[in-house]
Design a protein around this ligand. Structure first.
Ligand code: HEC
Ligand code: HEC
Length: 328
């Protein structure tokens, strides 16, 4: 090879290599950085009405049961079972494998080792008990004090189940993400003390769709890197893999009332309620937690319908919910 060509080649390669080495080195040093966040004044209660409200939220709209069980337990959830939340569900992403923790009160392997304040801080400020930022899987930051109390009270009321769950396994890219991009997400302002009453009101629907049921999370187009919104809220277009078929993808529909492109623009309220009463109908592998949402009260489903119909229409054609994966 001619010396000049060699020099250019080495020179051009050396720059990205050095930058990469620096990045990797710094990521190694700071991927497990910790954060400060206040501990909310939330205390679990053993009042049966509070525990019942927690059960409704955990197994229904807040769908904790969907992630904190394994996929082989989903058929039981589909048929209405209430299962212990023993965790172990794996999310295999380019940035690493994340495994959901055991939420039963077991002292060694579950949340028995966490205080109420640690659990509440995790849900409201996305800071784990060890101070590291949580990955943005759980957008419950703006949930009311009452609902947070009810959820933690319900978790504490369950039987402990011993189930050791392995730690997350981050790839180098994942460590880079944790070192530089992922910061804990806190609430917007001060979260409400109480949530809007269970009635078919737009205010209740807004609260559920944004702060509890995560409709906004999945029905808004997001960056696959850090989960930040890159599309209009509720206008759909977020792409999800089909774990069972690598040639297919799910694309979330547009839920705004746009006459041409909104999926529910021509659905009556009764049709919308009826859709929430069946399991993951057509698409078995759908990421939408139908098995939990099925348990929402009629009033809550109606509230969400009324809220979605109060949004400004956004024209965004997302195509069928289940599509062929485009060639890269
Ligand atoms: C979309 C999936 C998903 C949903 C829904 C979900 N979680 Fe989680 N949860 C996770 C993942 C993943 C982690 C691990 C996060 C991390 O370590 O960064 C986690 C961690 C936790 C922890 C920390 C446990 C510990 O050992 O400190 C608590 C508490 C928790 N979740 C409670 C809940 C509750 C309560 C709900 C419902 C209101 C819920 N989760 C819904 C995925 C989910
Ligand atoms: C974890 C992601 C996720 C969450 C959370 C989620 N969805 Fe979906 N949703 C999807 C996906 C994926 C589809 C397309 C596949 C399907 O129909 O199951 C979908 C489809 C739909 C459909 C169309 C169903 C049909 O028959 O055409 C409606 C309506 C809907 N979602 C409403 C909601 C509402 C309301 C909420 C909040 C209560 C919500 N979604 C929360 C992922 C999600």
């Amino acid at each position: 090879m001619k010396p000049l060509v060699k020099k250019i080649l080495l020179g051009t390669l050396a720059v990205p290599c050095l930058a990469l080495a620096g990045f990797v080195g710094t990521a190694q040093l700071r991927w497990d950085r910790t954060f400060e966040a206040p501990y909310p004044e939330i205390r679990a209660s053993s009042d049966s009405a509070v525990v019942a409200r927690g059960s409704y939220l955990v197994n229904g709209p807040a769908h904790c049961s969907y992630c904190h069980t394994t996929t082989d337990q989903w058929p039981a959830l589909d048929s209405g079972a209430v299962l212990p939340l023993t965790g172990g569900n794996r999310f295999v992403l380019p940035v690493g494998t994340f495994i959901t923790p055991n939420l039963t009160p077991d002292v060694e392997t579950g949340i028995g080792r966490r205080s109420d304040a640690e659990l509440a801080r995790m849900l409201r400020h996305s800071v784990r008990a060890d101070g590291r930022a949580a990955l943005p899987f759980m957008p419950f930051q703006n949930m009311s004090d009452d609902d947070l109390t009810a959820i933690i009270s319900y978790l504490r009321s369950r039987e402990p189940v011993r189930h050791e769950v392995p730690n997350h396994d981050l790839t180098m890219m994942g460590k880079g993400l944790m070192a530089f991009l992922i910061e804990p997400q806190g609430p917007e302002g001060t979260p409400p003390q109480t949530s809007p009453a269970q009635a078919p009101t737009i205010a209740r629907g807004k609260y559920l769709a944004n702060s509890v049921a995560n409709c906004a999370g999945c029905h808004t187009k997001r960056s696959p890197m850090d989960g930040s919104a890159i599309g209009e809220p509720f206008a759909g277009g977020m792409v999800m893999e089909d774990e069972k078929n690598p040639d297919k993808i799910f694309v979330t529909p547009n839920l705004t009332p746009d006459a041409a492109t909104g999926r529910i623009a021509h659905w009556t309220e009764e049709q919308f309620v009826a859709r929430f009463r069946v399991p993951r109908k057509a698409f078995e592998g759908s990421h939408m937690p139908w098995m939990a949402f099925r348990r929402m009260s009629d009033d809550d489903v109606r509230a969400i319908y009324r809220y979605l119909n109060s949004l400004s229409p956004v024209a965004n054609a997302t195509g069928p919910s289940y599509q062929d994966k485009p060639a890269d």
